[in-house]
Design a protein around this ligand. Structure first.
Ligand SMILES: Cc1cc2nc3c(=O)[nH]c(=O)nc-3n(C[C@H](O)[C@H](O)[C@H](O)COP(=O)(O)OP(=O)(O)OC[C@H]3O[C@@H](n4cnc5c(N)ncnc54)[C@H](O)[C@@H]3O)c2cc1C
Length: 385
C-alpha cells in the first residue's frame, strides 16, 4: 500500500490528526492502526472555551455532544458559578468522524503494532506497512524520567427517574469526604434526566478500586436526591499529573527517531491531565508542515513537546505544592483558595497561558500549606524518590 502517513494508535491525538489532515490535506494517504476495534476508546473529553482558539473549536465542532455557558465549583466553605464556557466531546463522535474521512482499507482495527520505525510498522500478524512517516500515538509511555502523580476516576453516565435540575456542569464538588488525596465529584448534565457523575481523586498512587468508587457515586446521587433509573455507560481514567521530569531524556527513550503525539509525547496540561487542547494544537501543527517526512515530523513534534514542557514549569511547581507540601486531607484548601481568584486568571490557568502577574497572584498571600514544606519543593528535580 502506498502511504504518506501511518498513525499508530487510533486514540484522541491521532484521531484529531486524521480529521485535520482530511480537511486541509485531502491528497495525503493516511492509515490508522489501532489495537482495539474502534477509534478513541471510551471517553468523554471536555475542555474550557479558553483552551482552544475559535478556529480550533470550529474544526472540532462535530465532536461536541454538549456545550455549556459556565460551570460550578463547590468547596466546604465556598461555592461559585463561573462564566467560562465548557464543552464535551465523545469518543463515539470521534469514531464516527474518523470513519467518515479515512477509507476502510486504510483503517486497521484489532491490530496491535509489535514493532515500529520512523517509516514502518509491523502488525501482530507480521504484516509490515510502510510510509513516508509513522506517528506513534499509542498513549502514555511509562517512563523513569517523568515524576508523575495521578488524577483517577470512575465516571457513570446515568439516566435518572426525575429531572436533575442542573443547568451547569459541576467541575469540582469538593464538599464530599476527603480520602485518598484530594477528592471531588465531577458532574456533567447532558439531558434533563441524564448525568455523567465521576468520583475523582488527585492521588499519590495509580491504583483504582472501581467497586468502591461506584458505591460512592451511588451515595453521592442518593444524597443529592437523584434516583438512578439506568446506567448508560461507564468510563475510567488514571491521568498523569506532572511534578517534574527531564523531557529530553523522556524523548530519548522509546524507538529512535519515531515522531510521537498525545500522551506518548507528554502533551497534557500538567495540573488537569487534560490533553484535548494539546491534541488539537498538534494536529494544526502537523497540518502546516509541507513535507511530512519522518525526520521533519520528529524534529517538529519533539521541539513542540519540549517547548511546551519548559513553558509549563509553573504548573508543575503548583503540583508539587499540592502533592508534596500539603497534607493529603488538606489538599482541597489549595483549590478552594485558587477558585476565589479572578475569572480571567482561572481561564488562563486552564489554557496554560498564565501571565507573570497571574503566577505571582496565585503564589502570594498566606499559603494554605506549611511554608517550610513549600520552600522545600520549589525546585524541580528530574524525579522525586
Ligand atoms: C476516561 C477518560 C476521560 C478523560 N477526560 C478528559 C477530558 O475531559 N479532557 C481532556 O482534555 N482529557 C481527558 N482525558 C485525558 C486525555 O485526553 C486522554 O487520556 C486521551 O485519550 C489521551 O490521548 P492519546 O491519543 O495520547 O491516547 P489515547 O486516546 O489513549 O490513544 C492511544 C490509542 O493507542 C492504542 N494502542 C495502544 N497500544 C497499541 C498498539 N501496540 N498498537 C496499536 N494501537 C495501540 C490504544 O488502544 C488507544 O486507542 C481523559 C482520559 C480518560 C482515560
Amino acid at each position: 500500500m502506498d502511504l504518506d502517513l501511518i498513525l499508530v494508535g487510533g486514540g484522541l491525538a491521532n484521531g484529531l490528526i486524521a480529521l485535520k489532515l482530511a480537511k486541509v490535506r485531502p491528497e495525503l494517504r493516511v492509515a490508522i492502526v489501532e489495537a482495539a476495534d474502534r477509534i478513541g476508546g471510551n471517553h468523554t473529553w471536555s475542555s474550557f472555551d479558553g483552551d482552544l482558539r475559535s478556529a480550533q473549536r470550529a474544526w472540532t465542532a462535530r465532536l461536541y455532544v454538549k456545550q455549556w455557558r459556565g460551570y460550578v465549583v463547590a468547596f466546604p466553605g465556598y461555592r461559585r458559578t463561573l462564566g467560562l464556557g465548557y464543552a464535551s466531546a465523545t469518543s463515539d463522535r470521534l469514531d464516527a468522524e474518523v470513519r467518515g474521512v479515512v477509507p476502510p482499507e486504510r483503517l486497521f482495527f484489532g491490530q496491535p503494532v509489535t514493532a515500529i520505525t520512523p517509516t514502518s510498522v509491523t502488525l501482530a500478524d507480521q504484516t509490515t506497512l510502510r510510509a513516508k512517516a509513522v506517528i506513534d500515538g499509542r498513549g502514555a509511555l511509562p517512563s523513569r524520567h517523568l515524576d508523575l502523580r495521578w488524577q483517577k476516576f470512575v465516571g457513570q453516565h446515568v439516566e435518572l427517574a426525575e429531572p436533575h435540575g442542573l443547568s451547569h456542569p459541576i467541575v469540582m464538588d469538593a464538599t464530599v469526604a476527603q480520602q485518598d488525596g484530594y477528592r471531588f465529584v465531577y458532574v456533567l448534565p447532558f439531558g434533563n434526566r441524564e448525568l455523567l457523575i465521576e468520583d475523582t481523586y488527585y492521588s499519590d498512587g495509580a491504583d483504582l478500586d472501581p467497586e468502591a468508587l461506584r458505591a460512592r457515586i451511588a451515595d453521592y446521587a442518593a444524597n443529592r436526591g437523584w434516583k438512578i433509573a439506568r446506567l448508560i455507560r461507564e468510563e475510567q481514567g488514571v491521568l498523569p499529573i506532572a511534578l517534574g521530569g527531564d523531557i529530553a531524556a523522556f524523548w530519548d527513550e522509546g524507538e529512535a527517531g519515531v515522531p510521537r503525539t498525545g500522551l506518548r509525547a507528554a502533551m497534557f496540561h500538567p495540573t488537569t491531565g487534560y490533553s484535548f487542547p494539546d491534541a488539537a494544537r498538534v494536529a494544526d501543527l502537523i497540518a502546516g508542515i509541507k513535507n511530512l517526512d519522518a525526520p521533519k515530523l520528529y524534529a517538529a513534534l519533539r521541539r513542540h513537546s519540549e517547548a511546551a514542557w519548559k513553558a509549563r514549569g509553573f504548573y508543575r511547581l503548583l503540583n508539587r505544592m499540592l502533592f508534596l507540601a500539603a497534607e493529603p486531607g488538606r489538599r482541597y484548601a489549595i483549590l478552594e483558595r485558587f477558585y476565589r481568584l479572578d475569572e480571567g486568571l482561572i481561564a488562563r490557568f486552564y489554557a496554560g497561558t498564565s501571565t507573570l502577574f497571574d503566577k505571582a497572584r496565585i503564589l502570594v498571600g498566606k499559603p494554605p500549606v506549611p511554608i517550610r514544606r513549600a520552600l522545600k519543593v520549589m525546585k524541580e528535580k528530574p524525579r522525586h524518590a
